[in-house]
Design a protein around this ligand. Structure first.
Ligand code: FES
Length: 154
């Protein structure tokens, strides 16, 4: 089956990649670009572990074909820190112990980063909970996750 060349800018670095039409964005990032910070949980769009930003919007990368992102700007968890300096959302998760096993954490953080960029989301806890509802934490660290997101929003 024919491969197609696409260009993805990932964490500020442009990549030209040949991919099959059915290649999934999550797999391309993990297996071709070795960016394994984005996790595969359910692989069905239900857990949020694979969340990343496409042009500043949070998406589930397990449900998205790589070919549909030709020319897009993608940010993964690896692209958040600046040198030794954590992104404010990462720092808040650290301070609030907002994880237990950590498997869902990069997806949680990417959703939170999208919330910080979206002025339409209310500042109350219920609005944040609703906006984060696509990110499942099997350890149940929700209380600390909420506190971290609210702290990062300032
Ligand atoms: Fe994509 Fe669960 S792995 S939503």
């Amino acid at each position: 089956e024919g491969e197609q060349q696409i260009r993805l800018t990932v964490n500020g670095v442009e990549h030209a990649l040949n991919v099959t039409p059915n290649a999934v964005l999550l797999d391309v990032l993990r297996d071709r670009l070795m960016l394994t910070g984005t996790k595969k949980g359910c692989d069905q769009g239900q857990c949020g572990a694979c969340t990343l930003l496409v042009n500043d919007t949070a998406i589930n990368s397990c449900l998205s074909l790589a070919v549909s992102h030709d020319g897009d700007e993608i940010t993964t968890i690896e692209g958040l820190s600046k040198g030794d300096e954590l992104h404010p959302v990462q720092a808040a998760f650290w301070e609030h112990d907002a994880y237990q096993c950590g498997y869902c954490t990069s997806g949680q953080i990417m959703s939170a980063v999208a919330i910080l960029k979206d002025d339409n989301i209310g500042r109350d806890d219920a609005s944040v909970r609703e906006a984060m509802s696509g990110n499942i934490c099997r350890c149940g660290a929700y209380k600390n996750i909420l506190a971290a997101v609210q702290d990062a929003r300032g």
